[in-house]
Design a protein around this ligand. Structure first.
Ligand code: ZN
Ligand code: ZN
Length: 211
């Protein structure tokens, strides 16, 4: 497996674990998770913590034996489920979002293509196909943008992103991603629609952090 250098941020992981991410971002995070052992382990740790908090709260009035069972559970962490079947460069969560069919590409000009999976008031998520050596066309994001590389690689001022790498970009980042020479770059990219997700994240996390 190729080495992944750019991962899901802690904020995004917590929001994902809480089921609080809008669909476009949740799909990108789920797809990264299916490619990344490291982030799956981090997610499992979050879920264990969340489960502990719930069960220990319940234990106060119901079950005095619960604490030892929870502690025993800690010694035996739940196995991490292997990812289900994807197809080619499309990992399982993404292939499922494609209804188990190849993407329907629309041409954007200069050899670039896109295939929109979802586009509504929660944001949009699409596949982008960028020919080798070309710049990513203007994809008009005005808030948070997550870009996950599925094939090839791109670089911008923040670094190089290869297969499995996730770029987390805010609208204040001026970037012109350029696909690497050699192979077309295929990415899964999610952006928010009108809402400003940056200000939304702290609000989503509030009920979680309060614990
Ligand atoms: Zn990761
Ligand atoms: Zn961008």
């Amino acid at each position: 497996m190729k080495r992944i250098n750019h991962h899901v941020s802690e904020e995004l992981l917590v929001a994902y674990a809480a089921g609080a991410l809008p669909y476009p971002f949740a799909l990108v995070v789920a797809t990264h998770l299916s490619m990344c052992d490291e982030c799956r382990v981090r997610l499992a740790a979050h879920e264990t913590m969340a489960g502990l908090i719930v069960e220990e709260t319940a234990a106060m009035d119901v079950d005095p034996g619960l604490k030892s069972r929870v502690l025993a559970m800690l010694d035996e962490p739940a196995p991490i489920a292997p990812p289900v079947q994807g197809a080619g460069i499309f990992p399982a969560p993404l292939f499922e979002a494609l209804n188990f069919e190849p993407p329907r590409w629309k041409h954007l000009g200069f050899g670039s293509r896109q295939s929109i999976l979802s586009d509504d008031n929660k944001g949009s998520v699409r596949l982008l196909y960028i020919p080798a050596g070309q710049a990513v066309p203007d994809h008009g994001h005005n808030g948070l943008e997550l870009t996950l590389v599925l094939q090839g690689a791109f670089s911008d001022s923040t670094g190089r992103f290869g297969v499995g790498d996730l770029e987390i970009a805010n609208d204040d980042l001026e970037h012109t991603p350029i696909a690497e020479e050699g192979e077309a770059c295929i990415c899964l990219a999610a952006t928010d629609a009108s809402l400003r997700f940056n200000s939304l994240i702290p609000r989503l996390l509030q009920p979680i952090l309060k614990i």
